[in-house]
Write a protein that binds this ligand. Structure first.
Ligand SMILES: Cc1ncc(COP(=O)(O)O)c(C=O)c1O
Length: 283
């Protein structure tokens, strides 16, 4: 391992720092080993960096390239459709065909709306839940990631033990500087997989709660499965109090099952967000 060279990546990083904030286009890339790497190409399960080092790509662009790099059918479909035009600021037949396919495989997908990314799709779901219930807050769980926008960026960072607060009231640490302070109060934060605590909190505060949002499997902090009965318990609580249950299937969608975690666990949320592997669905 010690003779691996990263000289070209290092040079590109120095050049990038002059025009890109931190030299990267996503914070997480800063923490690559030994520093942000620059990739030159990829094929199937492999990627190659600027120095020619080959990697088995477990990340697959953090999910979207579920079929591997430059899968021939995906490349052909993108190329074929692009020849006929690109964007219309209007509707296209393909949107209906795609929606019909998703409707057939995702249990909760009665109606859908295509968005630009997972973060905005999640905010759209919150807006629908607020409009429907007339309530303002959403309940979310420690360790789950629902995009980078302000109202979901409290309590994301793994706190130290001394900094965690008590179990019923986890400390909502800001994920970064610059968050709008008021957004902290848009959500209630609880530890995951503790159904009794969710029941207690919702019983006290249900008049404020428009939605409960969860990753159905906690994928963004290790990979933790829901405790037996937890997702069904959330479904029951939401039904009892007229709260929208939102599954964030940005990672689990098309991966745990074609119809996502909701199909795998047999629990149907009111709304769900699919992204990532969606990008390589062969039309
Ligand atoms: C579970 C989950 N929700 C939401 C998001 C945000 O999606 P996007 O990066 O497309 O905004 C991510 C991104 O990794 C995610 O893992």
């Amino acid at each position: 391992m010690s003779n691996i060279k990263y000289t070209k990546s290092e040079r590109l990083l120095q050049r990038a720092r002059k025009v890109l904030a931190g030299g990267v286009s996503s914070e997480f890339r800063k923490y690559n080993h030994p520093h942000a790497l620059f990739y030159a190409h990829g094929k199937g399960s492999r990627v190659y960096d600027a120095d020619g080092n080959e990697y088995l790509d477990f990340t697959l662009s953090q999910g979207p390239l579920i079929l591997g790099h430059s899968h021939p059918e995906v490349v052909k479909a993108v190329s074929d459709y692009s020849k006929d035009g690109q964007l219309y600021a209007g509707q296209h037949l393909k949107e209906i065909e795609l929606a019909e396919k998703l409707h057939a495989v995702i249990p909760s997908a009665e109606l859908m709306r295509f968005c630009l990314d997972g973060s905005t799709a999640i905010q759209t779901a919150f807006r629908v839940a607020r409009a429907k219930t007339g309530r303002q807050k959403f309940l979310r769980f420690e360790g789950h990631y629902h995009g980078w926008l302000d109202n979901v960026s409290w309590g994301n960072a793994a706190p130290s033990l001394s900094d965690m607060g008590d179990r019923e009231h986890p400390v909502a640490n800001p994920w970064s500087k610059g968050l709008a302070e008021g957004t902290k109060h848009e959500s209630l934060l609880l530890p995951w997989n503790d159904l009794a605590l969710v029941e207690k909190t919702v019983a006290e505060k249900h008049q404020e709660i428009a939605a409960i949002i969860t990753e159905p499997v906690m994928c963004n902090n290790n990979c933790i499965e829901p405790a037996p009965g937890f997702l069904q318990g959330l479904r029951d609580i939401c039904d009892q109090y007229g709260i929208a249950l939102i599954f964030d299937e940005v990672i689990t969608g098309f991966r745990l099952g074609l119809g996502g975690a909701q199909e795998y666990f047999g629990i149907i949320p009111d709304m769900s967000i699919f992204a990532k592997a969606f990008a390589s669905v062969i039309p």
